[in-house]
Structures are given as structure tokens and as C-alpha cells.
Design a binder for this molecule. Sequence first.
Ligand code: G3I
Length: 373
Amino acid sequence: MKIIKQSLLIVMSLAVLISCKNYNSINTKELSLKKSYKDKFYIGTAINQRQIEDNNSLESSLISKEFNSITAENIMKSMFLHPKEDTFNFDLSDKYVAFGEKNNMFIHGHTLIWHSQLAPWFKLKKDSLEMAVAMESHIKTIIEKYKGRIHSWDVVNEALNEDGTLRKSVFLNTMGKEYLTLAFKWASEADPNLDLYYNDYNMTDLKKRQGAISMIKHIKEQGVKIDGVGMQGHWHIDTPSIEVIEQSILDYAALGVKIAITELDISVLPNPWGLVGAEISQRFENNKLMNPYPKTLPDSIQTKLADRYNDIFKLFLKHQDKISRVTFWGISDKQTWLNNFPIKGRTNYPLLFDRELKPKKAFYSLLELPKNN
Ligand code: G3I
């Protein structure tokens, strides 16, 4: 009886072991994300000013080892690149492009027309004509400056409200909805070989998706070129579901545009907006409930995150014919914007490398996936 019980236990443990995904036992010396996904889609990362300027750090070797595409996290936004109407500041963007070229990378531009981190002079434009002149010159000067060196641009960023209507930005207020079509027209005139993207968050939500779809259809109906949709991918450990992500990929692909996942990170922390009650973010600031892992991430959540990444990338590989690029929003958990958003000073763990730049279980969960998918 004892022997039967013991054998049963061994069989059960073996079954559990087999059903668990073992992500840790890979020798990464010869392997990298960019090599594994070489024939699938670009694997990108967003880089900040420090990473652009410091070419010799451990971090920059990690960037060039693992990634074959870059996006500038902040330095190419209009407040930095075009701070005054008659002044462009290309110092950092020159370094950014040089970094990409040195490492033979696909270089993405982020972003031309965005209401946030906006150069203040744009807000002084009073009417349609003034704004159109400013916008055309902004778009064309920047694109032409890096013609043939930057390969794709987020031409318009976050123009939609959550209900799918158009955001009341300074661009909409002065020019009406045709600013969208014109922005893409001017971008394609400046460089017809560029890939031009519309980029936004919550692109899996039904109403916003419908809004994005009608915007893209409208631009195409005017005979203007738009090449792709950027689904930012600021997602959570449980949401959105794989089914909803898949349906969104299918819906956008049906428009005949490419899909890029442009700002991927997966928050493991509670979302204050998901809770009921007013002023919730204030109330929970630095509260243990809202910042449950201030020191380390428990292994169970580490594994859950790895499984989530694994599921998401299986889906991306299933639709590799539709996906041009998958870009992570940062390198490591140390510098992620999610440590300060939507609550300041939390400890989040959304990326593939930890605070010491060591690969996490989530990294290993992706490394060999393309072999069988
Ligand atoms: O550089 C200053 C620093 O000197 C100062 O001490 C510190 C105090 O808070 O602020 C620093 O600037 C911050 C900057 O990031 C650099 O870290 C700004 O406050 C902060 O607002 C800014 O946030 C950026 C955010 O865009 C602004 O909207 C994030 O880094 C950047 O990751 C984020 O990126 C956006 C995409 O462009 C568009 N999609 C959403 C995505 C996440 O919000």
C-alpha cells in the first residue's frame, strides 16, 4: 500500500513538472531575442536620453545584443525637437539615429503630431490656415532631415478618446478632423518610402477600435497613404484577454494595414482605475494595497508574468504575417515609466529585464518560442 502511495506521488509530481513551463534552463550566450525572431518581426525597445548618449555601458550592449529596432522614448517629441517655431533641436535625435545605424537597426520616429509633450508655440495658432502651415512645416522638416535613415514614423499619436470620438486637441480645434488626413499626406510627400503609422493605447477596446477603424478608412478613402496601426500595448497581467487582442489584430489587418505593437509592457500592479470610487489614485498613493511588491516580485507572479508574455507572443507568432514590429517600452524594470504611473513611486515589474539588467523568467518564456511557432 505504501509503495503504491509513493509511486502515485511520484507520478503526480512528474505530471505537475511536465505541465509547468520551464523557462529558466536556456543558455543565452549564443541566443538573443533579435536572433530568435529574425524571420518573424522586428524586436524593438524604447530608449531614453541616457541610453542614447552612453554608448559603452552594460545597458547599451544589452540593447544591441537583444534588439534590432529602436524608438526614442521622449527626445523626439515636439517640445524637445521643435521647441520654438523657428528652432529645431536635432542634437539628441542625431545621436539617436547614429546609435541605430551603428547597430544596424530599424529606426522608428516617435512622434510628429501629438497633443501631449507638445511644443507650446503650437497652442498659439488660432485658425485652420495658421495651424496647417505650422503642421506641414513641422512634419516635412523633421521627416526630410532623416529621410532614408528613419524607417517609420508615428505620424499621429493618440488622437482618439476612449469612446472612439476624436480628442479635442489643439489640432482638431483649429483644423477640424481633416488634420488627420493632411498630416499623413504631408508625411508621405516628405518621404514616400516611409512607413506611416497611427499610434494609440487601448486599441483593443471596442469603441476605440471602431473609432480607429473609421479614421483609417477615412484617410484611405481620400487616397492618402497610411501604412500601419500602432497598438501601444500598455497591458496588464490579466487584461486584455488574448481573444480580444486577437480580434483587434484581425480587425486592423482587414483594413490592409500593417500592425506594430509599439509600446509593450505588462503591469503587475493593481490598476486604481479598475476600483470603484472617486479620487481613488490619490487615496491609494504609496499605499501597501497599491504597491504590493516594494522589494521583490514573488516567484508566483514572476511565473504568471512569464506565462502572460508567452501567451501574447504565441498570438503574435500566429499572426506574424500581419505584424511588422514588436517594441517594448523600455529595457528594464528600473527605468520603466510604470514606476510612476498612474501612481508615483511604485515598484513595477513590466519588462523582460530586472533592475540589475538580468533576464527574467518572462525573457526566457519568449526566447525559444519562434522555433515551434
Ligand atoms: O526629466 C525629468 C527629470 O529631470 C525630473 O526630475 C522628473 C521629475 O518627475 O521628470 C523627468 O521628466 C519625465 C520624463 O518622462 C522623463 O522621465 C516627465 O516628468 C514625465 O512626464 C515623462 O513621462 C513620459 C511620458 O510619455 C509623458 O507623456 C514617459 O517617460 C514616457 O515613457 C511616456 O511615453 C508615452 C508615449 O510617448 C506615448 N504613449 C504613452 C506612453 C506612456 O505614457
